[in-house]
Write a protein that binds this ligand. Structure first.
Ligand code: DGI
Ligand code: FE
Ligand code: FE
Length: 195
């Protein structure tokens, strides 16, 4: 399937607004791939497909998580996080994507996880900072991301955790694992710098 065919199938699976977001994520992911020497093609494909599963029925998403023996913990948390692992599954089974790097970037784009690759971080942060995003600290997130993917991750994860906590929502464990990873990394980096 070429880029245009992929885009058309994605467009048909979501409202116009979400499709515009998808194009924004692709544009941003390609820019970040250039800055951080990652494959622009992989960034483009992962971005186009990242929210493909956003509008499938909860029942269907649940079935896929169970049948594919994904981490059952996903189901204990809000359905807002299901479209990421389910999206990775559909990218493989409906779009024929076999590249694990692309599938992982889709799989972890919402919650984050420990040990994220450069491509994973690019998709996570492109999703958070694409031009259509409009929340108070988004410009700060864009600047930090352009300077360092790891600092961008720390900022985005910290803000997301703070936001979810303010709403008294449960937070998926991988989000904390990811947050701590970057918090330690950056703290230790600072110690080295000043020693
Ligand atoms: O799909 P998008 O709207 O483009 O963005 P997204 O995939 O990052 O997910 C949307 C929401 O999921 C976001 O507002 C935060 C929410 N969310 C719910 N539970 C969790 C979570 N995000 C993280 N990182 N961890 C959670 O446990
Ligand atoms: Fe998403
Ligand atoms: Fe998204």
């Amino acid at each position: 399937m070429n880029r245009d065919e992929m885009l058309e199938k994605v467009r048909q699976a979501m409202p116009e607004k979400r499709f515009i977001h998808t194009l924004g994520v692709e544009e941003t992911a390609i820019k970040l791939a250039k800055i951080y020497f990652e494959s622009e093609e992989k960034a483009s494909i992962a971005a186009i497909l990242h929210d493909y599963a956003k509008y499938i029925d909860d029942a269907k998403a649940r079935d896929i998580i169970v049948q594919e023996k994904m981490n059952p913990e996903f189901l204990r948390y809000q359905n807002a996080i299901w479209h990421a692992p389910v999206g990775a599954y559909l990218a493989e089974h409906e779009f024929g994507i076999t590249d694990e790097a692309i599938l992982d970037a889709i799989r972890w784009h919402t919650t984050g996880t420990e040990n994220m690759s450069t491509l994973d971080k690019i998709i996570f942060l492109a999703d958070y900072t694409e031009p259509g995003r409009d929340f108070p600290c988004v410009d700060e997130a864009r600047k930090i991301t352009a300077a360092s993917l790891d600092k961008g991750m720390l900022f985005a994860l910290g803000r997301t955790i703070g936001y979810l906590a303010s709403k008294e929502q449960p937070i998926f464990p991988d989000t904390f694992l990811a947050y701590n990873h970057y918090a330690f990394l950056i703290k230790e980096g600072d110690v080295l710098k000043f020693e």
